[in-house]
Design a protein. Structure first.
Length: 119
């Protein structure tokens, strides 16, 4: 009996390439459809999922590395994976955790606070 596999044409594919390790670990660049979409990431698969979802894309994702014969990672749903990240600390090894966007104003003085103190 012969088995035929039909490729899912809706499967998204990204390619990751390792950069020089830094003080946080191993960063990667991410390419999609031949273009670099992320220049540096320590969690390339999930960062790519968030970017692809922001572009209105959905479905499964294959994560490839240069010169490998098989995908390094298969993600069944980019929308679900976009909600997660990988965290690692001194008290625990790598683990999945809910993604929380960085508040770029977290370390800045809020304008309303400065106005109230000036009055």
């Amino acid at each position: 009996m012969t088995t035929t596999t039909i490729a899912n044409t809706n499967t998204l594919k990204i390619t990751i390439k390792a950069l020089k390790p830094d003080n946080r670990g191993q960063p990667y660049t991410v390419s999609f459809r031949g273009e670099t979409i992320i220049t540096k990431s320590h969690v390339p698969s999930h960062d790519a999922c968030r970017l692809l979802v922001s572009l209105g894309l959905s479905g499964p994702l294959e994560v490839w590395a240069d010169s490998e014969a098989f995908p390094r990672l298969l993600i069944m749903d980019v929308q679900k994976a976009a909600q997660w990240t990988v965290k690692e600390g001194v008290n625990h090894g790598p683990r999945f955790a809910r993604y929380v966007p960085f508040d770029r104003f977290a370390f800045m003085e809020r304008p309303e606070r400065a106005d109230a103190e000036a009055a």
